[in-house]
Design a protein around this ligand. Structure first.
Ligand code: HEM
Length: 214
């Protein structure tokens, strides 16, 4: 917050520093709102979806419980350093982001120059909105696309075991792709630990099942 307020008065940013106090406040509030949506909302929404899917799919919940009980035991919480040895938990995270990408339409982009994509002429200045939600459910890429099936991502077993979420496989782009993809350095450091470690304890929950849809 201090940095943003300082920037608003910095002469290097003339369009902002020369504006009225009201406009500065609006810009500062917009930046803070973007940070909240981009970091906390995306993460918390996907944790909620993961928990909902686990409750709806007791067999997946059972396998996750078994993995944690076998690899970690029942005496302590899952730590960030444990994540490497929890491939099923990682697959649950991926499958949640596939079916319920927190940014279903990613973020709008605009082409800076004329180009041709798959035979379509795209003039400069065209606004591009990518429907990741639809792509993530496309049967041309996904076997039984509407099913919550983390096994598809298990290395050496699943039909999508080689599909990664860093924007290199265009059928799975919850973080976007290309130059605007969520920085993997940032995401690796900030996103997986709270995500995995905060929902992992709930994996041991027991109770009635219910179904979810989006
Ligand atoms: C489940 C978690 C998250 C999801 C699904 C997600 C998704 C996205 C998506 C779809 C974009 C737009 C990419 C594009 O323009 O094509 C984006 C941008 C961005 N995200 Fe995330 N994000 C998540 C968490 C985070 C976190 C935790 C941080 C930082 C701590 C972060 C930082 C950013 C930044 C800085 C950008 C803008 C990148 C740029 O425009 O160069 N994201 N995110």
């Amino acid at each position: 917050m201090d940095v943003i307020i300082a920037m608003a008065d910095d002469k290097a940013f003339t369009s902002l520093s020369d504006s009225t106090p009201e406009r500065k406040n609006t810009v500062i509030k917009s930046i803070i709102q973007s940070i909240i949506y981009a970091t906390m909302d995306t993460t918390s929404v996907s944790i909620e979806w993961a928990l909902s899917e686990l409750l709806s799919n007791p067999q997946v919940l059972g396998k996750a419980q078994e993995e944690i009980d076998t690899k970690i035991g029942t005496e302590r919480r899952v730590e960030e350093s444990d994540l490497e040895q929890l491939p099923y938990l990682q697959a649950i995270v991926k499958e949640t982001l596939r079916l319920h990408p927190p940014g279903p339409l990613l973020v709008p982009h605009e082409s800076t120059e004329d180009c041709v994509v798959s035979g379509f002429k795209i003039p400069a200045g065209t606004r591009l909105i990518v429907n990741a939600w639809k792509i993530h459910r496309d049967p041309r890429w996904w076997d039984r696309p509407l099913e919550f099936c983390p096994e598809r991502f298990i290395k050496g077993q699943g039909s999508s075991s080689e599909v990664d979420l860093r924007g290199q496989h265009f059928q799975f782009i919850p973080f976007g792709a290309g130059r605007k993809v969520v920085s993997w350095n940032v995401t690796c450091q900030v996103y997986p630990p709270p995500y995995n470690c905060s929902f992992a304890p709930w994996v041991r929950m027991e109770g009635p099942t219910f179904s979810v849809s989006s």
